[in-house]
Design a protein around this ligand. Structure first.
Ligand SMILES: N[C@@H](CCC(=O)N[C@@H](CS)C(=O)NCC(=O)O)C(=O)O
Length: 240
């Protein structure tokens, strides 16, 4: 592993560490491991090895996907994530990570792209600065691809209300797991916190890319406090 890694992630604003929960997750994993890194913004992930962000560059190697980035940090740096957890807690931590990455995340995508109140904001944010005629063509193509992804996942086949009920059950589970602890598995953050923070900070603090779930999370004061705690822990002062 080279001295300094580069995290390739989507461009963002001052509102959140990144609009992509997975890019936040990857950056938090780098911070947890105490690795020094640069950030490089990308606009279009299609050139990335798996067509998605985040990606970490280590010398000539590109590591795509937050889970493989985590694995690379462990093997190349010899850092062990979640060393403070018991085997049972590690299993629960893994299960929460996947609940957040593989379900709650998709409800956020649905909100941003499919909810008709939010789509104009999403469209303007990602494509508003494109030159004519691209700004009128690309959004439709991207929206079609997101719809296909949501259908392929399965969540896109549900009604709006069903998706929000599912997301709420995820938020209930996260809030119950958190209880009155500082982080999901106690006083010390674990990898599940990297995933939880990535999605929750986007729900709690984004106005540029609004989501209906942003109203829902207000029903969970402990999660709002948790986001603030994570902000102070990983991004004291400012994000960028
Ligand atoms: N499993 C991947 C998911 C990454 C992901 O879904 N990234 C989204 C942004 S949050 C993306 O790049 N989407 C672009 C696309 O699907 O075209 C990870 O853990 O890194």
């Amino acid at each position: 592993m080279t001295d300094k890694l580069t995290l390739l992630q989507f461009r963002t604003t001052e509102e959140v560490p990144n609009f992509s929960p997975f890019c936040v997750k990857a950056e938090v994993l780098l911070k947890m491991a105490g690795i020094s890194y640069n950030i490089e913004d990308i606009d279009d992930p299609r050139g990335m090895p798996k067509g998605k962000a985040p990606v970490v560059r280590d010398g000539n190697e590109l590591i795509a996907d937050s889970e493989f980035i985590k694995g690379h940090i462990e093997t190349a740096k010899g850092f062990t994530f979640d060393a403070h957890l018991s085997a049972e807690e590690k299993a629960q931590c893994h299960a929460f990570t996947k609940l957040i990455d593989e379900r709650l995340y998709w409800a956020l995508v649905y909100d941003r792209w499919i909810d008709e109140n939010n789509w104009p904001h999403t469209k303007e944010f990602w494509f508003g600065s494109m030159p004519f005629p691209l700004k009128h063509i690309v959004p439709g193509v991207a929206l079609k691809s997101v719809k296909q992804n949501l259908n392929g996942h399965g969540i896109g086949r549900h009604t709006h209300d069903e998706i929000h009920a599912l997301a709420k059950s995820d938020l209930d589970a996260i809030a119950a797991q958190l209880g009155d602890k500082p982080f999901l598995f106690g006083d010390k953050p674990s990898t599940a916190d990297a995933s939880a923070y990535g999605v929750l900070v986007n729900l709690a603090q984004t106005t540029a890319l609004p989501a209906k779930l942003a109203d829902t999370i207000k029903e969970y004061p402990s999660l709002l406090e948790y986001v603030k705690r994570c902000n102070e822990h990983w991004y004291p002062g400012k994000y960028h």
